[in-house]
Design a protein around this ligand. Structure first.
Ligand code: 8DG
Length: 151
């Protein structure tokens, strides 16, 4: 009986690993300036409106994750960014998607201020404000890694 349960669990795990290997990537930019992290507040869907996330979105076919991040930051914030290393692990979203965060900074030559072009608001958060922020569930998993990045 216990063996059958273990076999079933391991088959499910193998299935999930396969799904995640082929998952679509949603990228997020951890843009840091002066020891603060830029977050943006979602306006939709209703279930997530008001919650906070990082600028970003789905990687399109033929695009590198870093290229998608640069494109999304222009669309969402109206600024250019420089992309660095991945922060924390990939976080599974729904069945066939994972969230991947990269360290980033505003491009020095840009000089513009990020604006909430598609969201309710943007805010620069300190490390101390991260735990009490109402993040999307997947972003909450990354709070310790984001705090480490700021500290
Ligand atoms: N951009 C971004 N998306 C995130 C984060 N965390 C998180 O769970 N997501 C989810 C929300 C969305 O379902 C998906 C990103 O989709 P998207 O930005 O390309 O576009 P969208 O909101 O219009 O997508 P959708 O709701 O229509 O599925 O990933 C995050 O930090 N940044």
């Amino acid at each position: 009986m216990a063996l059958r349960v273990l076999e079933k669990r391991s088959a499910l795990l193998a299935e999930r690993c396969e799904e995640l290997r082929d998952a679509r990537v949603v990228v997020g930019a951890a843009i840091v300036r002066g020891g603060r992290l830029l977050a943006q507040q979602r306006s939709y869907p209703e279930s997530h409106a008001g919650q906070w996330e990082l600028p970003g979105g789905r990687v399109e076919d033929g695009e590198k994750p870093e290229e998608a991040l640069v494109r999304e930051c222009v669309e969402e914030l109206g600024v250019s960014i420089e992309v660095g290393e991945q922060v924390g692990p990939d976080v599974p979203l729904r069945k066939d998607m994972v969230l991947r965060i990269f360290e980033a900074k505003l491009a020095e030559l840009d000089g513009g201020e990020p604006e909430a072009l598609e969201h309710n608001a943007v805010r620069w958060l300190t490390a101390g404000e991260l735990p009490s922020t109402d993040w999307l569930p997947a972003d909450r998993v990354l709070v310790p890694a984001l705090q480490e990045l700021l500290n």
